[in-house]
Ligand binder design. Structure first.
Ligand SMILES: [Fe+2]
Length: 229
């Protein structure tokens, strides 16, 4: 993706998140210049991959297959000194934009529909159990937990969440999600998140975009930190 596109999507997301009256932590607003003056006391942000993150999952078409994220907090499975066992993210989903089938082996997560640009936009989540990382289980029912209601749905069912609702996604359950007609602000509350090793995509996917540097970054993405240490 071009850096100019990434900058534009960050600007759009900042406006949308502000409209949804969600306040981001201070490091969301640091410029690349600011980062140069941030020493080792901020390594938790760099090492645990907090901050802006955006992906087209290698599709080349971000608005069709892509996701915008901001990681607010996270632990670190590779650092024994990090006591944090939980994570929190914000996600912004555009209408018609799909996050493709994947599951996690380590992370259990809740996805929350926190707000929508239009009237009560719904988040649709299609679910299958997994046979293995490359195979959907087309037959077995899936145990679902939606805001304290525990029930089962048939393989391939779509659970639709209105604003305020959330779903718990258990480990090994394939999920694909999208919004039909409204930009949505989602929350993710989960166990420690490791985007380098714990996303098992049904189809071969990239998790971090290749960036064409056609202008300066407005804010750093999580993948940019090593370049600005
Ligand atoms: Fe997930």
């Amino acid at each position: 993706m071009k850096r100019s596109e990434i900058n534009a999507y960050i600007n759009e997301a900042k406006d949308f998140i502000a409209r949804m009256r969600f306040a981001l932590p201070p490091f969301a607003y640091w410029t690349p210049e600011d980062w140069k003056s941030k020493g080792g006391e901020y390594d938790e942000i760099r090492d645990n991959q907090l901050g802006w993150d955006l992906t087209d999952f290698g599709s080349g078409d971000y608005l069709k297959i892509g996701l915008f994220l901001f990681t607010i907090r996270n632990g670190n499975l590779h650092n024994k000194n990090c006591q944090k066992t939980y994570a929190e993210k914000l996600l912004v989903v555009q209408p018609g934009q799909v996050t493709p089938y994947h599951f996690h082996k380590s992370k259990m997560e809740d996805i929350i529909n926190r707000g929508s640009a239009g009237e009560n936009g719904r988040l649709n989540i299609k679910l299958y159990n997994s046979v293995d990382p490359h195979t959907l289980d087309e037959t077995s029912p899936i145990g679902v937990s939606v805001d304290g209601r525990n029930y089962t749905v048939a393989a391939g069912s779509v659970v639709s969440l209105s604003v305020g609702e959330s779903i718990t996604l258990h480990r090994g359950v394939f999920h694909q999600f999208w919004s039909d007609d409204s930009t949505l602000l989602l929350g993710e509350v989960s166990m420690v998140n490791d985007d380098h090793a714990d996303n098992f995509f049904l189809e071969q996917r990239g998790r971090f975009p290749e960036i064409e540097e056609d202008e300066k970054p407005l804010h750093l993405l999580v993948g940019d930190y090593p370049k600005y240490r």
